[in-house]
Design a binder for this molecule. Structure first.
Ligand code: FMN
Length: 365
């Protein structure tokens, strides 16, 4: 713990002085090459069972941090309960021109328009195939920008990665690939899930049953959300992630100039909208599948709020940018303290306990 605190104290000011994308590349390198200590085994009360998988704790690293599976082992060693790599596209692609990543320091937010920069399936598969098993590693999949048939890209990636994926996330919610989010509309989504789940069944003989989750945007209208959850239920999807970054710009943002950058906003300014959409999804899913909450988790309190809004598991990315890798241990300690205060021996009773109240509040501005 002390070493991780020291690592954060030295690295955070340094990283903040760099261009955000250089800082991210540097952070991945540091994770790979600095021998950080393995975190102690998790307290059993933090364990969560979801999608047929046993998570040692509910705190995961969200997609986008380790797009190309370069730091899976170090991230697991730091104490994350699960890692989601990707988004991976079939063919390598460069993404949008730089600059394309912006830190809104005084808002503790991030805007990105990376556009699925990916090393491509072959490079990512080679890295994952090399790892000794152990630890939950989900694979977040997406279509190449110039794909003629986008759904075919998702199907292909299911076939390729099933043997090494603990679960799949079908990402149709990135705002940075033009037209991608249209796959969230009823007809397209129905078609996408039918074909993806069909592919999952085809490969289950050699890969076993791999859970498939759908990751949605926090910007869906409630009527689009009705459709999306209805279609997810019809196809018996294993779970949903709520959600991706927002194209909205909350009125309270202080970094007005940076807020004008095109792209998806994440971090603290996303928390209220994403948590509201999570609760809206929870009441519609009616317990048919578990949810992962993402968007603005940067403390024990925000992680607990996600669980009370309906999340069985949470993911974070932007919080790490501002707080460093000590954040995961801090959140886990806060979760245990909350369990002790409530005389509970598992997190399960928290899940969704505030969802109905949250959906009755006025809409976050
Ligand atoms: C720089 C950056 C890159 C991201 N890339 C992806 C991605 O490739 N695929 C994806 O599904 N989500 C991606 N996300 C979204 C995150 O996974 C997450 O849903 C979102 O940032 C909200 O969580 P946060 O507020 O903790 O960052 C990215 C986010 C950031 C900040």
């Amino acid at each position: 713990m002390a070493l991780i605190g020291l690592f954060d104290r030295i690295s955070l000011p340094l990283l903040r002085a760099l261009d955000p994308e250089d800082a991210h590349a540097f952070a991945i390198k540091a994770l790979r090459y600095v021998p950080l200590p393995r975190s102690s085994p998790d307290d059993k009360r933090l364990a969560v069972r979801a999608f047929g998988l046993n998570f040692p704790n509910p705190i995961g690293i969200a997609a986008g941090f380790d797009k190309n599976a370069q730091a899976v082992e170090p991230l697991l060693r730091l104490g994350f309960g699960f890692i989601e790599v990707g988004t991976v596209t079939p063919r390598p692609q460069a993404g949008n021109p730089r600059p394309r990543l912006f830190r809104l320091d005084s808002d503790r937010g991030v805007i990105n328009r990376l556009g699925f920069n990916s090393a491509g399936e072959a490079a990512v598969l080679a890295r994952l195939a090399m790892r000794a098993s152990g630890g939950i590693v989900g694979i977040n999949i997406g279509a190449n920008r110039d794909a003629a048939d986008r759904i075919a890209d998702y199907v292909h990636l299911i076939e390729v990665f099933a043997p090494v994926a603990s679960y799949f996330t079908v990402n149709v919610s990135s705002p940075n690939t033009p037209g991608l989010r249209d796959l969230q509309q009823a007809k397209a989504l129905d078609d996408l899930l039918a074909r993806v789940l069909d592919a999952r069944e085809r490969v289950s003989g050699r890969a076993g049953h791999t859970p498939v989750l759908l990751k949605i945007a926090p910007d869906l209208t409630l009527s689009d959300l009705d459709d999306a959850v209805g279609i997810a239920r019809k196809h018996r999807i294993d779970g949903m992630i709520v959600g991706n970054t927002t194209i909205g710009r909350p009125s309270a943002l202080r970094e007005r100039e940076k807020a004008k950058e095109v792209g998806g906003l994440s971090g603290r300014p996303l928390f209220r909208l994403a948590t509201r959409m999570l609760a809206e999804t929870f009441v519609r899913a009616e317990g048919t599948f578990p949810l992962i909450g993402a968007g603005g988790v940067d403390s024990g309190a925000t992680a607990i709020a996600k669980m009370k809004a309906g999340a069985a598991l949470v993911q974070l990315y932007s919080g790490l940018v501002f707080q460093g890798i000590g954040l995961v241990a801090e959140i886990k300690a806060d979760l245990l303290a909350a369990l002790r205060r409530g005389h509970r021996d598992s997190l399960a009773s928290m899940i969704g306990s505030d969802a109905a109240n949250i959906t009755a509040e006025s809409w976050p501005s």
